[in-house]
Design a protein around this ligand. Structure first.
Ligand SMILES: CSCCC(=O)C(=O)COP(=O)(O)O
Ligand SMILES: [Mg+2]
Length: 225
């Protein structure tokens, strides 16, 4: 019996185009000015140090860091330091009404129905936990963060690593067979399945013929065993 559902964001609850055509360009546009202005804030300093370590450039100055971060963005690298900075930059965009977090129309009714059935809901995304809370806090449908019991990001590990799903299971306090992961990416679902989780693949675009995961086009197609 499924007792908790963990959902991915990009391509699952929300359109990839919102992330790649709205969020990522906004972060790119504001990156240099943001790190120049906020470099002494402890959480910004920590993220910049993490980027220096990841890039193996311990002495990188702000100009070098900006180039490193733009390169990480170009390769859509799921760098924890980059993701932390993107989340901080997006805050202004959400708060000032420049954009709202995209939600497919089938998502909110399903999340509400699952909560009414007593199922716990969690988020697992490469976007930082702060960025996840912003997307759902300033979503197209308003603030829906009260639906979620917790949020996980790459600090528990990468989404294609089996160990990440074992860590999340430990943190929910539930056995793997009572957990369901929703994602559009086959390799993430493979890792979750190897950790013993149930999986369902969201197919918001073209079919994935190589996948062994149960495919659905919308959250309303998710059937809980
Ligand atoms: C929190 S929304 C931004 C998502 C993001 O930065 C990203 O890299 C997409 O990651 P996901 O794991 O949701 O595919
Ligand atoms: Mg995804």
């Amino acid at each position: 019996m499924i007792r908790a559902i963990v959902t991915d964001i990009e391509g699952t609850t929300s359109d990839i185009r919102f992330v790649h055509e709205v969020l990522f360009p906004y972060a790119r546009q504001h990156l240099a000015a943001f790190i120049r202005a906020q470099q002494h804030q402890p959480e910004v300093r920590a993220a910049l140090d993490a980027v220096r370590a990841e890039a193996q450039q311990p002495d990188a100055d702000l100009a070098a860091l900006t180039q490193i971060l733009l390169g990480f963005m170009d390769e859509d690298r799921k760098s924890t330091g980059l993701k932390a900075l993107q989340g901080m930059i997006w805050r202004d965009g959400y708060v000032n009404g420049r954009f709202t977090g995209h939600l497919y129309p089938d998502v909110l009714p399903a999340l509400r129905a699952w909560r009414e059935q007593g199922i716990q809901l969690y988020v697992y995304s490469s976007g930082s936990v702060a960025a996840q809370k912003l997307l759902f806090g300033y979503s197209d449908e308003g603030d829906i963060t009260d639906l979620f019991s917790g949020y996980f990001d790459t600090r528990v590990g990468a989404k294609r690593e089996v160990a990440s799903y074992r860590t999340i299971a430990d943190q929910t306090g539930l056995p793997a067979e009572q957990l369901l992961f929703l994602s559009d990416i086959r390799q993430e679902l493979d890792a979750a399945a190897e950790a013993g989780w149930n999986t369902v693949q969201l197919i918001r675009g073209p079919a994935d013929s190589d996948s062994r995961h149960h495919p659905v086009n919308t959250f309303s197609g998710v059937v809980l065993a």
